[in-house]
Design a protein around this ligand. Structure first.
Ligand code: DLL
Length: 441
């Protein structure tokens, strides 16, 4: 018998649609969306080049005839070249900040916003949200999709929202105490930050009224989940999304917490080998690719996310019929190649959190001082384990060193630092600084 973390409830009966029905709905919606993007310049050109006619789509396999859409294509058509509706039908813009300094903009019609709220409501209910709860949202409200997406999802369920937004962590703690919120919504790293600030004020974060949390927006490991649950005394649920596809609401965990259900009636997901672009087997890791089926303002075909995860089509005991994605293990553009060995920041996190005494606050720096790459990991020592006894700190250092080597296969320069010395983030944590002038990817 499956052990559910919380009572298993389903918000929308569409989540349990028999798979055959789901497939035929996907095909019908795919034909529709292909027709609707046919006038978007990028797709118009690609369709002409590949001789694609929307009406010739016979099966879902035809999806593979469609071109991929990449972040670079979105950038080339900056700011709104992918808009598929007249500008006056747009009621909201969001965006994700890019390394180039300019955000990638995404747009929503009224119907898109309704859909978005419904998709967020689905995963929130799957992860325990009920109308009687109060939800503390500590995501940024702004161009970032986290705050607004979750906000409207919570309202849709009928629970109370506390739109605190991110930052000013002591105030977050005060509000959590005063309003007795049941649910925390933020990035996983910020959840730990909040717990830490509470502790530094002499408060036990476990004595807050929080029962569970919905975390997403950045990579985190199963060990990190363990830390958050222990620190805050809650059940922590994972949810995933990206602005280009809709924002949060693309997938989320159910009560079984064994993968995130992808909302397949609105998105077709593929998992491909990022080099050959061929599909990988079920349960094998590859790059996720999404096709939006129902979005109006900015539908995207076969959007390459660069997120690496695996898809599990097996039936879930919760009753949802949708495919589940694993945690994101990294991004194709996050992967560090250190002296020829591929290393993901998530592997370093996994290693650190398996060593007693290492705190979940770390910074990876990569450099090439001579001809060889060098990776160093600064890691904070847990306050209760921090000591001026050299032998104790040396033992901790060596344990981390060994663990990183056994998980990643490379030697890193480990540097233990005092508690509270690494920069904290109120949103997505910055885990890697690559000082090499030219990234080898
Ligand atoms: O981060 C949307 C979101 C907000 C999702 C809040 C969940 C909660 P972007 O800013 O466009 O959108 O960043 C998207 O964040 O491609 C992943 O690399 C990463 N990401 C999002 N959720 C997860 C997660 C939002 N649960 C990028 N696990 C994505 C790992 C995640 N990575």
């Amino acid at each position: 018998m499956t052990q559910f973390a919380i009572e298993n409830r389903i918000w929308d009966s569409a989540e349990t649609r028999p798979r055959e029905e789901l497939k035929s709905l996907q095909l019908q919606r795919l034909r529709d969306i292909v027709a609707r993007v046919a006038h978007v310049p990028f797709y118009k050109e690609a369709f002409a080049r590949e001789k694609i006619r929307p009406e010739s789509f016979r099966s879902l396999d035809d999806l593979r005839r469609l071109p991929f859409t990449t972040k670079a294509a979105l950038r080339d058509h900056y700011p709104l070249g992918f808009l598929a509706v007249p500008r006056e039908k747009v009621v909201r813009f969001h965006g994700s900040s890019g390394t180039t300094g300019k955000p990638t903009f995404v747009a929503y019609t009224r119907a898109d916003l309704d859909l978005w709220a419904n998709l967020c409501a689905r995963f929130l209910v799957a992860g325990g949200l009920r109308p009687e709860h109060t939800v503390h949202i500590a995501f940024g409200y702004g161009l970032f999709t986290g705050g607004f997406g979750l906000h409207y999802g919570v309202e849709k369920v009928g629970a109370a929202v506390l739109p605190v937004a991110s930052g000013n962590t002591p105030r977050q703690v005060m509000l959590l105490e005063d309003l007795q919120s049941d649910v925390l919504v933020c990035t996983p790293s910020y959840a730990l930050n909040i717990a830490e600030v509470a502790r530094s004020e002499g408060k036990d974060p476990r004595s807050l009224n929080l029962k569970f949390g919905h975390f997403g927006g950045e990579m985190w490991t199963e060990d990190m989940r363990g830390q958050i649950e222990a620190e805050l005394g809650i059940f922590a649920f994972n949810n995933y999304g990206l602005s280009e596809v809709i924002g949060p609401g693309v997938s989320g965990e159910c009560a079984a917490r064994d993968g995130m259900h992808i909302q397949e009636d609105h998105f077709i997901v593929e998992c491909i080998d990022p080099d050959t672009l061929e599909p990988v087997e079920d349960c094998e890791y590859g790059e996720l690719v999404f096709t939006t089926l129902t979005k109006e303002a900015m539908p995207l075909l076969r959007y390459r996310t660069r997120d690496i995860a695996a898809l599990d089509p097996c039936a879930c005991p919760c009753g949802r019929t949708t495919v589940r994605m694993s945690r994101v293990s990294g991004r194709t553009d996050d992967m560090l190649i250190i002296r020829g060995v591929n290393v993901f920041p998530s592997q370093i996190e996994e290693a650190l959190l398996q060593v007693e005494g290492a705190a979940p606050h770390y910074l990876i720096e990569v450099d090439r001082p001579g001809v060889l790459d060098q990776i160093s990991v600064k890691v904070e020592v847990r306050p209760e384990d921090f000591s001026d006894k050299m032998s104790q700190m040396q033992a901790l250092h060596d344990a981390i060193d060994r663990k990183i080597q056994s998980i990643t296969g490379i030697r890193a320069i480990v540097e233990l630092v005092a508690p509270q010395t690494l920069e904290r983030s109120a949103g997505k944590a910055r885990r890697v600084i690559d000082h090499r002038t030219k990234k080898r990817l």
